[in-house]
Design a protein around this ligand. Structure first.
Ligand SMILES: [Zn+2]
Length: 197
C-alpha cells in the first residue's frame, strides 16, 4: 500500500514500483512490517509538523522514529544529475530492493522541512474539521486556512458570524437598525471576503 502511495507522491518511478511490488509479493511478512513503519512514520511526521506549526516542543518518541528512518535514508542516499545540476536521490531499485525504499524520500523531506527556516511558516488550517498543515507563503505570514476552497469559506463564514453577533448588539442599543435587520443585512458577504485567509 505504501508503494502505491509513494508512486502517487512522485517519490518512486514506475520501475521502482514494479520491483518493489515483486519484492513485497515474495516477502509478505517484511512488506507488512514496512507498511506498519510507514504508518508510524506518517503519524510521527504529522505530529512533528503540527507541533512546529504551533511552536510546541517535539514529541521525543516521534522525533526518534523520524531519526531512525532518516538514518536508513541517509545511509543509502546518493547525488544524481538533474538537468544542469544535481539532486539528492536513491539509485533505481535493483532486483533485490529494500522494501523500506519508499520511506526514504519522506523521511528526508520531512527532516529538511523541520530544519529549514520554512518551518516557521508551517500553519495548521483553522478550517472546520480540516487540520491540514500548510506552508504560509503570504508576505504578512498571517494566512489562517489551507487552499481548499471549503476551508477558507467556512472559516470566513464563522468569523463573519462572530463579527455579526458582536456588531448586532450596539446597533440595537443605538436605536438604528434592529439586531435582526443587522443580522440579515451583512455589510460584506462572506463569499466575497478577502481571499487571503
Ligand atoms: Zn483546510
Amino acid at each position: 500500500m505504501q508503494h502505491a502511495l509513494g508512486l502517487r507522491a512522485g517519490v518512486l518511478t514506475d520501475a521502482d514500483h514494479e520491483s518493489l511490488r515483486g519484492a513485497a509479493d515474495a516477502n509478505p511478512g517484511g512488506a507488512s512490517r514496512v507498511t506498519q513503519r510507514a504508518r508510524e512514520l506518517r503519524e510521527a511526521i504529522q505530529a512533528l509538523v503540527v507541533g512546529a506549526a504551533h511552536g510546541r516542543a517535539p514529541d521525543p518518541a516521534g522525533l526518534a522514529m523520524l531519526n531512525r528512518e532518516l538514518e536508513a535514508a541517509m545511509a543509502a542516499v546518493t547525488v544524481a544529475p538533474s538537468g544542469e545540476g544535481f539532486v539528492w536521490g536513491w539509485p533505481e531499485s535493483t532486483s533485490d530492493p529494500d522494501l523500506a525504499r519508499p520511506l526514504w524520500p519522506l523521511a528526508r523531506s520531512a527532516a529538511e522541512l523541520l530544519v529549514s527556516p520554512e518551518r516557521y511558516r508551517l500553519r495548521q488550517c483553522a478550517g472546520e474539521g480540516c487540520g491540514w498543515v500548510f506552508l504560509d507563503e503570504a508576505r504578512d505570514g498571517r494566512r489562517r486556512t489551507c487552499e481548499m476552497a471549503n476551508c477558507g469559506n467556512r472559516f470566513r463564514i464563522r468569523a463573519f458570524a462572530r463579527r455579526r453577533a458582536t456588531a448586532a448588539q450596539p446597533a440595537a442599543v443605538r436605536g438604528g437598525r434592529s439586531a435582526v435587520d443587522a443580522a440579515q443585512v451583512p455589510d460584506r458577504a462572506p463569499e466575497t471576503a478577502s481571499s487571503d485567509g
